[in-house]
Design a binder for this molecule. Structure first.
Ligand SMILES: [Zn+2]
Length: 78
């Protein structure tokens, strides 16, 4: 699994800076299920897939300047 904080290149700072990761769920069949059980299933689904965040967009937020970037390359922690 990924470690925190993750270091990424920041376009604003023009250097590698500490970033926090944010996972945002893409629209999926789970979105119609807002029950707690549905959320648990979504979490379990994500977990079972071994950290491959299917149906998730991964953003990284620079802790220095707050710049948020979409980071779906998905190969940095594999
Ligand atoms: Zn920055």
């Amino acid at each position: 699994m990924s470690g925190f904080p993750a270091s990424h290149y920041c376009n604003k700072c023009h250097s590698d800076t500490p970033h926090s990761e944010v996972l945002v769920t893409k629209p999926s069949s789970y979105d119609t299920d807002t029950s707690i059980l549905g959320r648990v299933k979504l979490f379990a689904h994500t977990f079972i897939n071994g950290g491959h965040y299917y149906n998730m967009d991964r953003y990284v937020t620079c802790k220095i300047c707050g710049n948020r970037q979409l980071d779906n390359k998905g190969d940095e922690f594999e």
